[in-house]
Each structure stands twice: as structure tokens, then as C-alpha cells.
Ligand binder design. Structure first.
Ligand code: AMP
Ligand code: MG
Length: 627
């Protein structure tokens, strides 16, 4: 039977009395910027068709979330099975998936994996389980059931049965093992809820995060400390989606991928030649082998060569039983259709054979969550037979430029004005990171315009990148408006170019977004983006991709003041001895974008570093390969 996860309706079980939650409605408890049930709904909607909520209180609040709300048909809260019975009766699809309302971390692949097991076993009910040490913990509330099994459930309820896994005793039920037991964690008490909300969410305010920096001074912050605060404050976006393999290129893998098979599946030949038993190789002189069959790639032979026999084999051909070595055909002394002779010593036992599972052994992790998928990974995933992969939802980033002197290309350049170039550089950098981008144009230096732009950005994006207005110019209202809208701090960072940076989180109409207020100077914008925003955005995307700093020899002396980090634009080439050698480009002014364009790397001179002598090693950040 062909069926996909669209044939599944989901039912969120929110009908409890909430006694352990102090009688509050669990599903509606705030958790990480939303209610608990909203997290559940978001995860379900990415996986299944229609979603309903089984609830007996606060029906309007649940309806407001855009789901069908189904109160129990049985009186007196008989428990989750009553909700399930109502859900099954209302279910318009062949299958119904149930999950509890207090499981905000439920697995992103719950529905597809349960469905696969249900179809494979032709089961009536399948449910999740996890391995806890040596014990299997079942999670019968996370179950996928055929809607036509309502009769069995009703009969069980009539008998007074209440056990969640009691009713399907007569049916075919199958347990599906999931790796991540945290995904099934449910939150039962208000204290637990609060603990989780603080523990995993960024500790409250920026000030709290900043307090972990010794002698924190926003007016004189080191690059390292600023990076540390940003890293601790931003939160990953948790939504996951399944995409077709090709579409995963450049996306962030959301889950470890485990190989379901050995790759290659069989021992096979690495050469065109003759497969033989290593024990038959001669110690000296010449030996001759009888050719008993031919093996082509994809066409194994069932013949088992005996002593002194061999099989002609092509690259990729499955090694015949008993054979462990391949003589490449060009190494044979003589060959005919029936006979092959070889000389002692041309190969050793075991040569030219690829072992089953040598690329990837069954059950071994093929790719780790957090990886940005590259072309080789696409091939690797294909070799495992996966057509779809779980990736993090794309990060939505809104950006705009501020400043009354800015003109958009296409407009006349009035006196004293400049074309807005930052929006193009920022576009390019965000695009390379794989973000979904929202270009909001130029925003005038007026409090109303800035507030409106920031609110719109906040309500539509996960992060906001602005340029200009964060230093203390007279017409710069940017700081004032940013500060009004949330928890934003303004730093003076010990760096050149750069220095002013606004960072924090703003809120508007119940939505929040992380904010990076970059300086206006065109080089400073890029430097600040690469060294502050980039890592933070990647973290929000769930990716693990530190800046690829390399070492190169400085071809000339560089003047450098200790006590601040300097980012000089450089050109790295192969020196006379073949080793990488870097020279800084001519003009290093922070407004001179040409220096960036001419450069192929940035020379990073750290805080403590002083003048660099010709021949000293320095850190560089190559631009190519940087995303
Ligand atoms: P600000 O940080 O707003 O004081 O801007 C510092 C300098 O960068 C000023 O010379 C601005 O004209 C320039 N600048 C600001 N934004 C942009 C932009 N989007 N494109 C080009 N130059 C800009
Ligand atoms: Mg300005």
C-alpha cells in the first residue's frame, strides 16, 4: 500500500486535569517564547496532514492556534484513551498519530519512522520506544494507529480499561526504537518547566550573560569577550524539515545520519583482474590457475573456486566465496580463456580487495548533526539509499541600511550622498551562509521610520542585521530606538576597523529576533559581520562551523598596536619556497572597500600582538571557501 505522511492526522493530547501542574492547563504554559502546545504543533505540522487537539478546558485558546479542538465524548476525564477514541472517530485519514501536549522536543522524524514501521509490519499500532541503559522504555502515547481500529478501542473502554497500551493487546503492535530519548522528555511540573526554560534558554538577559566576563565594560570590550557573549546569548532555531537529497546542499543537517547498510555491501574487487585464494599464491616460481567463471560488477557468481582455481573479475565485482585477493590483469604472466599464470611476489594475499563496510559500516554514524552539507555528503547520503534528509529550517534574516546620506542604485546621487553599498555586501555574505533573506532597503534616520523597520524585521525574521547609526553621530537615532525595543547593548570593541557594535534581542508583538547593529563604514561592516554575526547566525542555524583561520608568513613588516585586534586586508600567495606568504593591500582605511575587493584574505592580528616582522607567522582568514 502506498501511503505517505500526508495520510496521517495528528492528535495532540491536551485533555489532562493538570494535577501535577497545579491544575493549570499544561499545553498552554509558556515555554521558550511560545506555549508548550505551540512547540508540539510546529513540530507536528512539519510532519503530517491535519492536526487536532484533544482538550477539555480552554477550548478557545486552543482553537486560536488554528487546530480543530476535540473535547472528550466520554464524561469524567477517563484519560488519554478517551481523547484517542474521540480523535479516531473524527479522523478523516487512514492513520492517526498521537503525541502528548507537553513534549516540545518530539522527534522531527516521528511520523515518517512510525509510518515506515507500520507499513513494513502491516501493523495496527506502532509506538515509540527508547533505550535507557539496558532497558527499553516505551512511549505508548507517541503512537500511530489505524483509524479503523476504533471498535477495539471502544470495546476496551467499555470494559473499563484505561491503560494507554492496554487496548491493543489483540492487535498487531510494533515498537520503534528512537535514538534520542531527550526528544520524548515531557514536562510534568511547573518547576520542571521553569528549570528547563532557564536552563536551556539563554540565561535571561544580556547583562546576565555579560556578567560572566571578568571586568565587563561595554565601552572597552575585547573581540574575544564580545564573541563569547554573543555565542552564549543566541539560540538555535529548532525547526527541522525533511528535504529531497539534492535540496540539502548547503543546508545544516539536523540529525546524525546512521548508515542502515554496509557500504560497500560486499567484499569486492578494486581492479580488473583475477580473484583467487591468497593461500594459493606461490612462494616462488610461477603458478597457474584455472579460470572457472567471470564476475562483472553487479553480477555476482555463485561458483566457489577450488584450490588452484580463479575467477575473472571486473572492478566492483563481488568477490567469489573463498577468494580474498585480486591479481590485476596486467600483472598476469600469461592469460587465456581457461588459464592464468602468475609469478611469485607480484601480489600478496588480501591485495586489491575492498572490504564490505570499509567505506561505512552498518550502524556507524555517516554524518553528524550540525554539518553543512557539501557535494561529497550528497554522494555519501545517496550511497546509504536515503532520498530525503532532515535539515534545519532556513534562518530568516532581515537587513537594512540606515542613513539619510544613502541613495539606492538607480537614484540620482545628490550632493553629499553615497550609494548604499553595505546592503549589497551584506546580501552577499548572508546569501553565502544559506539564509533566507529579507532586504528592507534604506531606512531614514528618523525614530518613527527606524522603529517601524525594526518591528517589521522582528516580526518576520529570526535575526536582523543593520548597518550604520550605531556610533554616536548626531542624527543617529538607531541606538535609541533599538534600546527601546528590547534587550540591546552598545559596545565599543577593541578592534580596527569596526569598534561600535549593537547586539541583543528585540521584541515586537510577541515575536523576537536577535539584532546585529553593524557599523556603517563599508569595510567595518564586513569585518564585523565575519567576526561577530557569522558565527552567531551559524549557531542559530544549528551549524557547527568555526572560522577557518590558517597561518601564513608575513612577507613584509606590519605595524600593529598591542591592545586591540586588527583586521588587515591581505593577499596570500605561494612564496618562493612554496609556503603561503601574505602581504597586506595598499590602503587600509575602513571606508575603502576596494581594499576588501582586492584582498583574498584578512590578516588577523590579535589583541596581545605587537609589530610583525617580515617572516613572522600570522593568522589569516582566506576569503575563498568562506561562507
Ligand atoms: P555611521 O556608522 O552611520 O556613522 O556611518 C559611518 C560611515 O559609513 C559614514 O561615512 C556613512 O556614510 C557610511 N555608510 C553608512 N552606511 C552605509 C551604506 N549602507 N553604504 C555605504 N556607506 C555607508
Ligand atoms: Mg549614519
Amino acid at each position: 500500500m502506498m501511503m505517505d505522511t500526508g495520510a496521517i492526522s495528528a492528535l495532540v493530547l491536551a485533555g489532562g486535569r493538570g494535577s501535577r501542574m497545579g491544575n493549570v492547563d499544561k499545553g498552554l504554559q509558556p515555554f521558550r517564547g511560545a506555549t508548550m502546545v505551540e512547540h508540539v504543533l510546529a513540530r507536528l505540522r512539519a510532519q503530517v496532514g491535519p492536526v487536532a487537539i484533544s482538550a477539555n478546558r480552554n477550548l478557545d485558546a486552543y482553537r486560536a492556534l488554528g487546530a480543530t479542538v476535540l473535547p472528550d465524548e466520554l464524561p469524567d476525564y477517563p484519560g488519554p484513551l478517551a481523547g484517542l477514541a474521540t480523535g479516531l472517530r473524527a479522523c478523516a485519514t487512514p492513520l492517526l498519530l498521537t503525541v502528548p501536549c507537553d513534549s516540545p522536543f518530539l522527534p522531527p522524524d516521528l511520523a515518517p519512522r512510525l509510518l515506515a514501521a507500520l507499513l513494513k509490519n502491516d501493523a495496527d499500532v506502532v509506538y515509540a520506544a527508547t533505550q535507557e541503559g539496558t532497558r527499553i522504555q516505551t512511549h505508548p502515547v507517541f503512537c500511530l494507529v489505524r483509524a479503523n481500529r476504533l471498535a477495539e478501542l471502544s470495546a476496551y473502554l467499555r470494559e473499563g480499561g484505561r491503560r494507554v497500551d492496554g487496548w491493543y493487546r489483540g492487535l498487531t503492535s510494533v515498537e520503534v526504537l528512537f535514538e534520542d530519548s531527550d526528544a520524548f522528555r515531557n514536562i510534568n511540573t511547573l518547576d520542571e518547566l521553569r528549570a528547563m526554560d532557564d536552563g536551556l534558554q539563554a540565561p535571561g538577559t544580556l547583562a546576565q550573560v555579560a556578567s560572566c566576563v571578568n571586568g565587563y565594560d561595554p565601552e572597552a570590550l575585547s573581540v574575544r569577550d564580545a564573541q563569547r557573549i554573543i555565542r552564549q546569548f543566541v539560540q538555535p532555531v529548532r525547526a527541522v524539515e525533511m528535504v529531497a537529497l539534492r535540496s540539502a546542499l548547503g543546508r545544516v543537517l539536523a540529525r546524525d545520519l546512521t548508515s542502515p547498510i554496509d557500504v560497500p555491501a560486499h567484499d569486492n574487487s578494486a581492479m580488473d583482474g583475477y580473484a583467487l585464494r591468497g593461500a594459493d599464491l606461490p612462494l616462488d616460481g610461477v603458478a597457474s590457475f584455472k579460470v572457472v567463471d567471470t564476475v562483472l560488477a553487479g553480477r555476482p557468481s555463485s561458483i566457489v573456486p577450488g584450490p588452484g582455481e580463479c575467477v575473472r573479475i571486473m572492478t566492483g565485482g563481488v568477490m567469489p566465496q573463498g577468494c580474498d585477493s585480486v591479481l590485476p590483469q596486467e600483472f598476469a604472466d600469461s592469460v587465456s580463456d581457461e588459464q592464468m599464470t602468475l609469478r611469485a611476489g607480484v601480489i600478496r594475499a588480501g591485495d586489491n580487495r575492498r572490504l564490505a563496510g570499509e567505506d561505512l559500516a552498518k550502524g556507524s554514524p555517516a554524518l553528524r548533526a550540525g554539518r553543512i552539507v557539501r557535494p561529497a555528503d550528497l554522494g555519501l547520503v545517496a550511497s546509504l539509499g536515503f532520498a530525503e534528509v532532515p535539515v534545519q529550517r532556513r534562518l530568516r534574516v532581515a537587513f537594512f541600511s540606515t542613513g539619510d546620506e544613502l541613495r539606492s542604485i538607480g537614484q540620482a546621487l545628490d550632493e553629499g550622498c553615497v550609494y548604499d553599498s553595505n546592503r549589497y555586501t551584506i546580501y552577499g555574505m548572508l546569501q553565502r551562509l544559506g539564509c533566507e533573506i529579507i532586504d528592507m532597503g534604506i531606512v531614514r534616520d528618523s525614530p518613527e521610520a527606524l522603529e517601524q523597520a525594526l518591528r517589521t524585521a522582528c516580526e518576520n525574521a529570526d535575526a536582523i542585521v543593520t548597518s550604520g547609526g550605531v556610533s554616536v553621530g548626531a542624527a543617529d537615532y538607531t541606538r535609541q530606538v533599538m534600546a527601546q525595543l528590547g534587550d540591546v547593548t552598545f559596545w565599543k570593541i577593541g578592534m580596527r576597523p569596526g569598534r561600535p557594535l549593537a547586539f541583543g534581542r528585540i521584541d515586537s508583538n510577541g515575536r523576537s529576533a536577535f539584532l546585529f547593529g553593524l557599523p556603517g563604514n563599508p569595510v567595518a561592516v564586513m569585518v564585523s559581520f565575519y567576526f561577530f554575526a557569522r558565527e552567531a547566525l551559524l549557531r542559530m542555524m544549528g551549524a557547527d562551523a568555526p572560522l577557518p583561520l590558517l597561518r601564513a608568513r608575513s612577507g613584509a613588516p606590519i605595524r600593529k598596536k598591542p591592545g586591540r585586534t586588527e583586521y588587515q586586508r591581505g593577499i596570500v600567495t605561494r612564496g618562493a619556497d612554496g609556503e603561503p606568504e601574505v602581504r597586506i593591500t595598499g590602503s587600509q582605511g575602513s571606508g575603502i572597500l576596494r581594499s576588501m575587493s582586492e584582498a583574498n584574505c584578512m590578516v588577523v592580528l590579535h589583541d596581545e600582538q605587537g609589530n610583525v616582522a617580515a617572516g613572522d607567522m600570522v593568522d589569516i582568514l582566506p576569503f575563498e571557501g568562506l561562507f
